[in-house]
Ligand binder design. Structure first.
Ligand SMILES: O=C(O)CCC(=O)C(=O)O
Length: 205
């Protein structure tokens, strides 16, 4: 990992170029293994809208959404357990999260051409003392950061492959989203697209 001082934007901490190219390539290999064991699926919101990102998870718990609602559950929609979170991913959490516990969910979002993610809060975890750590791999993404108020002022930043964002403290419940990606802007994924990992501490038991 590169030695990087984070940028602070509205209490979001952005570690630009934290991950070396070699680390990014190794992570892509590890995420491919997750996707082989727990295939990417197209989630549907409780209101019935198909999300443009595809998803899967690693860890004891994975995040899903369907007509029954947003939730964490211990198995993929196909019934299989989620694969373990790779050591390469846990290392990133250890480097930037600043907390003693480990994450138990690594949500994997895949953005193909035209995919985006609306402004939202991450609030299905139950305890917001733990940060959410977000890792960008592949194509650049226009990341929008707001406050805890829906519809409030925002700032945007293009996240590049190897950037890591920590949403903790006052940013933990701040609205955020991805307006668009620059499809084909990175050479990391041969067919283009973007992988985003979000590491979360879910189980409070
Ligand atoms: O793709 C990103 O950078 C953000 C992902 C995100 O907000 C989420 O998974 O909750």
């Amino acid at each position: 990992m590169n030695k990087v001082e984070p940028l602070r934007i509205r209490d979001f901490l952005v570690f630009q170029e934290l991950l070396t190219r070699d680390e990014q390539e190794a992570l892509v290999g590890d995420i491919r293994q997750i996707a082989q064991a727990a295939p990417l699926f197209s989630p549907v919101t409780p209101g019935g809208r198909k999300m443009s990102v595809q998803m899967t998870s690693g860890g004891a718990l994975g995040w899903v959404t369907d007509r029954s609602g947003y939730r964490y559950q211990p198995h993929h929609p196909n019934g299989a357990d989620w694969p373990a979170i790779p050591a390469s991913v846990l290392k990133i959490w250890e480097a930037v999260a600043g907390v003693a516990r480990a994450p138990d969910c690594c949500l994997v979002n895949f953005y193909g051409e035209g995919a985006k993610m609306g402004m939202h809060q991450d609030k299905d975890e139950g305890n917001f003392d733990w940060p959410v750590v977000s890792v960008s791999l592949g194509d650049e993404a226009l990341f929008r950061m707001g406050s805890v108020e829906r519809g409030g002022a925002t700032d945007s930043l293009w996240l590049k492959s190897g950037d890591v964002v920590v949403m903790g403290g006052a940013a933990r419940l701040a609205y955020h989203g991805v307006d668009k990606i620059r499809f084909g802007s990175s050479t990391l994924l041969p067919k283009g697209g973007r992988i985003n990992l979000t590491l979360r501490a879910v189980d409070q038991g």
